[in-house]
Write a protein that binds this ligand. Structure first.
Ligand code: SF4
Ligand code: SF4
Length: 381
């Protein structure tokens, strides 16, 4: 099915300019998802962090408030802004942006994601379950507000990558490290989030994007557009093309194509010309934090930070099912018919845990993960 991606030009972030641009692209998207009258909307902007009110690492505050106001005018019921910024709270970010009062005056509640629980994923997913913020299940629609930015691992971060914010901070570090040497797995994880959360109101802020060393420390660059669609993957495919990254060169879309996911699009409105972003260095020697690390250290870090499968010996009956389903065969049956884990090659898919008939495999966070979670909470207080 071909999705429409709507574009509007916007020369800057002044209120009237952003509102006019949104008035061009938002109504058809809201119509495509059956309208918002009386519906509960989860607003999920990319709020990586905020060093100054118009920090290009985040969706611009003028876009966030204008989207909230437009949804309210369209008759939305409850609107809640939830996010999990890297090292700050949502409260700190919106305060720094100077929009806390505006949001409150529009009746928009804002907070951090907090309800992280393991959730089974739909059949089309590669991963079977994922520990993510479950709040999205309580809303009728998810509005995905992304920034057009470069990204060291994924080349670009747009609407699909924005959903990675539903993974908790310590888990994000763990996932980055767990898939740090296998970017296809990371793309699969993002696609699984897309299939699970299914945001229907998707907007990319490309008025000022970020090129070069994104997603946190790149160079602001004017592209002067807002784009919107009712499908995040089609929106990403269209916007990536305008930023000089065609589908064949965008790992996320290559994986999507291989998995049979559709992202055909047709553009509408003030379609911007193709003006390529200056892209980050090719991934491979850069790890997820932008630090050059040899593979050995990356593996050790993954083993220190990521959760790991652990055997509860007293429950194991030695049936070998776990070894049969382990995709990289990093789990083998030992001499005493007990599973042996090779954590250096374990990809943390937790298939063994899911398929064990006796519940003899559990996942345990590493001590460092627990320590990091604690530190993150302290820092964000
Ligand atoms: S040991 Fe378990 S979690 Fe690790 S790769 Fe094998 S099945 Fe997945
Ligand atoms: S599937 Fe469970 S019970 Fe069977 S060998 Fe593996 S851990 Fe033991």
């Amino acid at each position: 099915m071909t999705r429409t991606v709507h574009y509007a030009a916007a020369k800057d972030y002044s209120g009237p300019e952003v509102r006019r641009a949104l008035a061009e692209i938002l109504p058809p998207v809201l119509a495509a998802c059956g309208g918002v009258k009386g519906k509960r909307i989860l607003l999920k902007p990319n709020l990586l962090f905020c060093r100054r009110p118009d920090d290009p690492a985040t969706v611009h505050p003028a876009v966030i408030t204008a989207v909230a106001a437009a949804l309210r005018e369209a008759g939305a019921g409850e609107i809640v802004l939830l996010e999990n910024p890297g090292t700050q709270t949502v409260r700190a970010v919106v305060d720094r942006m100077g929009i806390a009062e505006t949001l409150s005056a529009s009746g928009v509640f804002f907070d951090d994601f907090a309800d992280y629980r393991e959730r089974p994923l739909p059949d089309a997913c590669v991963f079977r379950s994922l520990k993510i913020a479950r709040e999205f299940e309580k809303f009728d629609l998810v509005a995905d507000l992304a920034k057009a930015k470069t990204h060291a691992m994924m080349t670009l971060t747009l609407a699909v990558k924005n959903l990675f914010g539903l993974v908790d901070s310590a888990g994000r570090i763990g996932w980055h490290l767990a898939v740090g040497s296998d970017f296809e797995r990371f793309a699969d994880l993002l696609l699984d989030l897309y299939l699970t959360v299914r945001p229907r109101i998707c907007i990319v802020d490309g008025i000022i994007g970020m090129e070069g060393n994104g997603p946190g420390s790149g160079t602001p660059v004017e592209r002067n557009f807002l784009a919107a669609s009712d499908d995040a993957l089609a929106l990403d495919a269209s916007v990536a093309e305008k930023l000089g990254v065609p589908a064949g060169k965008f790992l996320l879309l290559r994986r999507a194509a291989r998995r049979g996911l559709e992202f055909a699009f047709e553009d509408s409105g003030a379609v911007p010309p193709v003006r390529p972003f200056r892209l980050p260095d090719p991934p491979g020697i850069l790890n997820a934090w932008g630090v050059i690390l040899p593979p050995f250290f990356k593996t050790q870090l993954r083993n220190l930070v990521g959760s790991r499968p652990v055997l509860r010996k007293e429950l194991c009956i030695g049936c070998g099912r776990c070894a049969e389903v382990c995709p990289p065969r990093s789990l083998k049956m030992g001499r005493e018919k007990r599973p042996l884990f090779d954590l250096n090659h374990c990809i943390r898919c937790y298939c063994c845990q899911e398929h064990c008939p006796k519940g003899a495999i559990v996942t345990r966070p590493q001590l460092l993960t627990a320590f990091l979670s604690r530190m993150i909470k302290l820092v964000r207080r």
